[in-house]
Each structure stands twice: as structure tokens, then as C-alpha cells.
Write a protein that binds this ligand. Structure first.
Ligand code: ZN
Length: 412
């Protein structure tokens, strides 16, 4: 297993040297040309390992096969299982010139990331560090993100597949792997060719803390509320003026005050006012609406409609308009009927000595979209913490554990 450890680390350090930041202002896929560099390097690596059916399409979706080496018993077809990770890193923080450093045998003290700029990774602010006492942490130099999200996932998948390729005596079925661009801007799954991937189910290696196993995410919609006012000279406005900004305030007041992201956790949904702008003449409110429970989610959207209707009765009809855009749905309804997908991952973790942490995701994943495209796809930990920022770090022991989990799933 020392071999696995050194090769997953070596791969990870090599992949984070590629800047693959995505850009949501771009209309193309991949959103940034630089993601191609990592895709091409991985393709070459797949060829060197000797994988089959390697394909890199015009949108930088890279796929490959580790063929089965076990003859199926008559009448029983082994499932084809997939593993997926994403090439890009978050637009929130620079991924240029990442300078990773390994802190061996972490002692629980502050880690000075950058002496010049006095950037410190401290357990006071990030107590999760203390879950990794004695482990070896890969950290940044404080000026960029690390990119463990999701280059750790890529390194883990490649290392597991490489290991199995080098150990033909270990029997397994057909395995497919895929790396996609643009997950961080919510566009990782839309051009993912599920048919071509051809798996019965798959796992994204894109979770955080060791043990995480996720198959419930939010149902999600975006709502835009537009309010038309009527501007009149304020000196002569009595009974005439309609101030759109004040009507926008009424709308906000009519929603439950404590159902906001800062007041909710676990399975509690929310209305999140992401932006507001207004003059007397017109005002716009933008909300995102989230709930794990499909019925409660529908009720939330209904409340937005009722609020709109209510205000249109108080003010002239058509003053308030509501536009709802569905975004993604909870994959639970797809994954749960096939409980073996979850049970297999749980078993693989326990075999690796890891207690599965099953938690609802308070967000969405590529896996949710893929699930609704016909590829049930829970999310497994990749091991990194404090994603999308300068304090991102990953324990090497978590990467090693993730490789073991992948191997365990494949060799059940
Ligand atoms: Zn990710």
C-alpha cells in the first residue's frame, strides 16, 4: 500500500500544476482553453497505462475503460461501474502557479502558509484540522487554492485503475472512468454522454471529508420577481405613485423570515435573496429556492406565486411578475430505489476501515444531473477540505483511503 500512497501523491502534485480554472462568463465547453492541457495529459497517461476505448471528445470529456478480467458466470452479468471526477477548479480563487507543500505528521498547531503575507491555516478557524492529527497534509502557499477539488478525485481514480491494471490476478468486471470539464460552474453534466459511458451506475469522487457518501441533494430553482412602479413627481404623488422598491420590500416581508441560508441546516430548505435592485419605476428581486423534500420544494414555489398574486390584488394587476426557472432535482428518488449502489459504497468504506458519513448535500452535484440523465451517481469523498479557497488542504491518508475504497468497490 506504500506504493499506492506514493503514486496517488505524485499524481496529485502533478495535476495541481495544471491551472484548470473554469469561467462562468464563457459560453463554450470547456469554458476555458486551459482545461484541455490537463485533459490531454490524462489521455496520454491513460494510453501509457494501457486502458482501452480512450476517447476525448470536442468538449473535453475524457473517457476510458478498464476491461473485465473475470469471465461472467453464465446467466449473471456483472454490472459496469463508472468513476467520475472533474478537471476544472473553482472560479472563486486563482489556480495559477499552485505551490503545494506537504506538512508531515501534523501536530495540531497553526500552519504558516505564507510568511510574507502572514497567511495562517489555524485550527482555531478550521477545527476540522484536528481530525487529522498525525497525518500528512498537503497545503497551499496561501496565494491560490489547492485544487484538491477535484484533482484529488482524478488522482485517486487513476491510481486505483493503474493498480488494478498492474495486478491482473485481482478479478473484476468492466470499469469505465470519465473526467469532465466545468463542474464548478454547474455545466459538467449537460454534455456528458451517458449512453457512450455505458455504465449501470457510477460514483463521482468529489466529496470532501474522509467517509463522506452523498446521494441526497437539494431540489433547486431560481426565481426572478419583477415589479413595475409608477413614478410621479414626489410633490404631487399622493394616491398616484407606486414605488417599485417599496413593493419589493413588501414581497421580501411576506416570505418566512427565518427560512434563509444563515438560519437553516441539515434538511431545512430556504429562500435565498441573492440580489435586489430597484428604483421607483422598477425593481427586481432574485431568489434561489432550495429544499431536499420535493413536496416542500413545490410548496415554496407555490408561496412565491401566492405572494405575487397577493400583491397584484393590493396593487394594479400586473405590477408584480414572477419567473421561475427549475435548476436541478434531488437524486435521492433515482438512487434510493437501487439501494445496492449505496450499500456497495458503504461496504467498500467499512472494508477500508472508514465509517461512512451519509449526509444530505446542501447544494447540487454533477451526479444529480447525471442521475436524472439515467446514470445513478452518488458522490464519494475525495478527501480535500476548505474547498475553493487559499485554506484548502488534503490529508494524504484520505487520498490513500479513497483509492482503497475505489479498489474495494471494483473488486467486490
Ligand atoms: Zn468538486
Amino acid at each position: 500500500m506504500e506504493k499506492i500512497k506514493s503514486s496517488v501523491v505524485e499524481r496529485f502534485l502533478s495535476y495541481v500544476s495544471f491551472d484548470t480554472q473554469s469561467d462562468d462568463a464563457s459560453q463554450t465547453t470547456p469554458s476555458t482553453h486551459k482545461q484541455w492541457k490537463l485533459a490531454n495529459a490524462l489521455k496520454a497517461e491513460m494510453e501509457a497505462i494501457g486502458l482501452e476505448d480512450i476517447s476525448l471528445d470536442e468538449h473535453a470529456y475524457l473517457m476510458a475503460t478498464l476491461p473485465a478480467n473475470q469471465l461472467p458466470v453464465t446467466g449473471y452479468q456483472l454490472p459496469i461501474i463508472g468513476f467520475i471526477a472533474h478537471l476544472d477548479t473553482s472560479p472563486d480563487m486563482s489556480g495559477t502557479n499552485v505551490k503545494p507543500r506537504i506538512v508531515t505528521h501534523y501536530d495540531g498547531q497553526d500552519i504558516l502558509l505564507n510568511e510574507q503575507e502572514n497567511i495562517v491555516l489555524s485550527p482555531d478557524l478550521f477545527p476540522e484540522l484536528l481530525n487529522h492529527l498525525g497525518e500528512d497534509l498537503i497545503v497551499t502557499d496561501g496565494t491560490t487554492l489547492l485544487g484538491a477539488d477535484d484533482k484529488a478525485g482524478i488522482a485517486e481514480i487513476m491510481t486505483a485503475i493503474d493498480y488494478l491494471k498492474q495486478h491482473p490476478e485481482i478479478p473484476h468486471g468492466k470499469i469505465r472512468i470519465a473526467f469532465n470539464p466545468d463542474e464548478e460552474i454547474g455545466r459538467g453534466a449537460h454534455l456528458f454522454d451517458v449512453q457512450k459511458f455505458g455504465c449501470d451506475w457510477a460514483y463521482t469522487m468529489d466529496g470532501s471529508e474522509r467517509g463522506e457518501l452523498e446521494y441526497e441533494n437539494f431540489n433547486a430553482a431560481a426565481a426572478t420577481i419583477r415589479i413595475k412602479g409608477l413614478n410621479v413627481h414626489p410633490g404631487y404623488a399622493k394616491d398616484k405613485m407606486l414605488n417599485a422598491s417599496l413593493i419589493a420590500r413588501d414581497f421580501i416581508d411576506l416570505l418566512p423570515e427565518e427560512e434563509t441560508p444563515d438560519c437553516t441546516s441539515g434538511y431545512e430548505g430556504f429562500y435565498h435573496l441573492t440580489s435586489m435592485s430597484g428604483t421607483v419605476e422598477e425593481a427586481t428581486l432574485s431568489y434561489i429556492v432550495r429544499d431536499h423534500d420535493a413536496q416542500k420544494f413545490d410548496k415554496r414555489l407555490q408561496l412565491l406565486q401566492e405572494t405575487t398574486d397577493k400583491l397584484n390584488k393590493i396593487y394594479p394587476a400586473g405590477t408584480v411578475t414572477l419567473l421561475i426557472k427549475q435548476q436541478y432535482r434531488n437524486m435521492r428518488e433515482i438512487v434510493e430505489p437501487q439501494k445496492h449502489i449505496i450499500e456497495l459504497a458503504e461496504k467498500a468504506m467499512k472494508q477500508a476501515g472508514i465509517t461512512p458519513i451519509v449526509r444530505p448535500i446542501r447544494g447540487g452535484t454533477d451526479g444529480a444531473q447525471l442521475s436524472f440523465k439515467g446514470l445513478p451517481c452518488p458522490n464519494i469523498f475525495a478527501g480535500g477540505l476548505n474547498f475553493h479557497g487559499r485554506y484548502e488542504f488534503i490529508p494524504i491518508q484520505s487520498m490513500e483511503a479513497a483509492v482503497q475504497v475505489i479498489i474495494n468497490i471494483i473488486t467486490q
